[in-house]
Write a protein that binds this ligand. Structure first.
Ligand code: GDP
Length: 297
């Protein structure tokens, strides 16, 4: 299960605090030393850990906490609040264009789960407002990516816009947006190409698509299992494309949690959705508070 190691360690640390009548500054420091180690071991970015620990300490050694009737519990509450803040505070919703269709560009490296997530998001949006999004197959390089999206479309009984793999992805994207306008779709989800690594060609193509379709959302799909690599990938994509949101996939796996806990703080981009499995309905809006509570037990 995701976050298992981190959750266990934090809970063990907090159990020691819970029953205490009195909590000294030294107790808080000792506890935060353990929290720091647990976060680093969970592959959370070291700068993020440093700031987090300082923020908690600053609030936890304050008069209010120390003099309260249950100081141990209060410190834990502070940790919970700061953990929530780290992941973005509130649930961040998908943008809506003033005039439909809302254009969403799906970007990410190969294997992150981009095509699957495009189908999942189409399914999620249809459930929410009972309208069919148009999916567009603009990944012309990965063999079978177009087939994969078309299969998802059939499975969901949703339209997929495709011009094959011999047409410029920019033309595919603009063609899809035009069709979405004509057919009154309220969303168009563009599945763009991924590569094994971030490279100039990939970014150049994505920038040209962005320029051509002026998306309302650019969602980066990253694999939570890759920890700090996911955060580095998010930083590069954000620098080049100015992302509006992140989808963390494979949170159902045994990720240590580093990506979920650092990516918002490092990039300033909110996590909007979490992939919780391979099935089409296993996409959930990302709730920072629920995630923090899950980690703290
Ligand atoms: P793309 O290259 O980024 O388009 O990646 P795909 O959409 O083809 O996904 C790569 C693999 O990851 C597939 O086997 C998916 O079923 C799997 N996958 C995607 N999202 C999730 C998720 O949230 N959880 C799990 N366990 N697997 C996922």
């Amino acid at each position: 299960m995701a976050f298992e190691g981190l959750a266990e360690r934090l809970q063990a640390t907090f159990d020691k605090m819970k029953g205490r009548g009195k909590v000294s500054e030294a107790d808080v420091k000792e506890m935060m030393r353990e929290v720091r180690l647990a976060l680093l071991e969970a592959d959370v970015n070291f700068k993020v850990v440093k700031k987090f620990v300082n923020d908690v300490k600053e609030r936890a050694v304050g008069q209010e906490v120390m003099k309260s009737l249950t100081p141990g519990q209060q410190v834990i509450k502070v940790v919970n609040e700061e953990l929530t803040k780290l992941m973005g505070e509130e649930q961040s919703k998908i943008a809506l264009a003033q005039k439909p269709p809302t254009v969403v560009m799906m970007v990410g490296l190969q294997g992150a789960g981009k095509t699957t997530t495009t189908g999942k998001l189409a399914n999620f949006l249809r459930k929410k407002n009972n309208r069919k999004p148009l999916m567009a197959a603009a990944d012309i390089y990965r063999p079978a990516a177009i087939d994969q999206l078309e299969t998802l479309g059939k499975q969901l009984s949703m339209p997929v816009f495709s011009l094959g793999d011999q047409v410029n992805p920019v033309d595919i994207a603009t063609g899809a947006v035009n069709q979405a306008k004509e057919e009154h779709h309220d969303y168009v989800l563009i599945d763009t190409a991924g590569r094994l690594h971030v490279d100039e060609d990939l970014m150049g193509e994505l920038q040209r698509i962005k320029e051509a379709v002026q998306p309302d959302e650019i969602l980066l799909v990253v694999d939570a299992m890759t920890g700090q690599d996911a955060v580095n990938v998010a930083e590069s994509f954000n620098e080049q494309l100015d992302l509006t949101g992140i989808v963390l996939t494979k949170l159902d796996g045994d990720t240590r949690g580093g990506a979920a806990l650092s990516v918002k703080a490092v990039t300033g981009t909110p996590i909007k959705f979490a992939g919780m499995g391979e099935k089409i309905d296993q996409l959930e809006p990302f709730h920072p508070e629920r995630m923090a509570s899950r980690i703290l037990g």
